[in-house]
Design a protein around this ligand. Sequence first.
Ligand code: FNR
Length: 370
Amino acid sequence: MSSQSANTSLLTPYQMGKFHLSHRVVLAPLTRQRSYGNVPQPHAILYYSQRASNGGLLITEATGVSDTAQGYPYTPGIWTKEQVEAWKPIVDAVHAKGGLFFCQIWHVGRVSNEGFQPDGQAPISCTDKPLTPQIRANGIDTAQFSPPRRLRTDEIPLVVNDFRLAARNAMEAGFDGVEIHGANGYLIEQFMKDKVNDRTDEYGGSLENRCRFALEIVEAIVKEIGADRVGFRISPFANYMESEDSNPKALGLYMAESLSKHGILYCHAIEPRMIKVGEKKECSDSLLPMRKAFTGTFIAAGGYDREDGDKAVMKGHADLVAFGRLFLANPDLPKRFELNAPLNKYHRDTFYISDPVVGYTDYPFLEEAM
Ligand code: FNR
């Protein structure tokens, strides 16, 4: 570390379980929709290795656990041999730079339509309540969602098993661990949130019942790859994809306590301020009860910059801070934070285009920008 690193606690080392991190600036999971045919492509080697640093933690874009897990074009999966093989050189490239790499494993549930589903079937969910059509991120197209099919109780273990197999595949591909995507209105969160989950079996109703699916996935994956390689992402306060909960504090706390009981490596929580458009709170303390209840590493995300990420670490509100849009646009973000250098601006209109270069690997490094 250079002497300038003392300027920000984000640049101090941290021991996350058995993994030694040289700084606390994490690449947040970011869907980029450049995996043609649901297979990660060689251009992802450059994209992720650009963002890798010695002792820095990267999390992959959301990666499907099965052929029913998809709801967006060109998102990667990790359920076939071909996909596992395609991830290997990407993982190797991150490791070659000394980086740590976790694979975010994902099922979209009802955030899908028949066009993405095998044999044009209905997407699966905890419910049969459909989502209303939504304007896509490009501000032009409308995403259409098919009415989902409510999973029967006896089918739920099969989906849990898909997550377990995806975690096993991630180990086969060489990842250091997996992050279970329990956030942002996708399948796991559909089960957790009471505005979506209208089940009457043991997977619906009480808080414990609604979290059962999530925790069965955690348990299965812990058994498969070990608790010291498992993270969980959660967004109790968000209402993304119509996934509201009437008591997000209780949900967050219950999950933090339960994840602790499973002894998993990290809990990755998204700040409630993400839902408050145009408002930016300083070091929001709404995640604090979860932070205190969770005994492993706590990662915070959502609207952070260098200054308030630094404060979050300094005040002990988070061990690590994940950066999404800033890291997307600044491949050398930890370096720029270290030097307190100016940042590239991100371009929202290229977040989700399928181009293998534009808006993907062409954001300049510091020395190129100056
Ligand atoms: C996201 N986000 C996201 N979250 C997640 O858990 N899995 C994913 O695949 C994605 N994909 C994704 C793509 C893009 C282009 C954006 C901008 C965001 C959410 C992301 O991880 C993060 O929580 C938010 O971006 C908020 O953090 P920042 O951007 O304010 O640092």
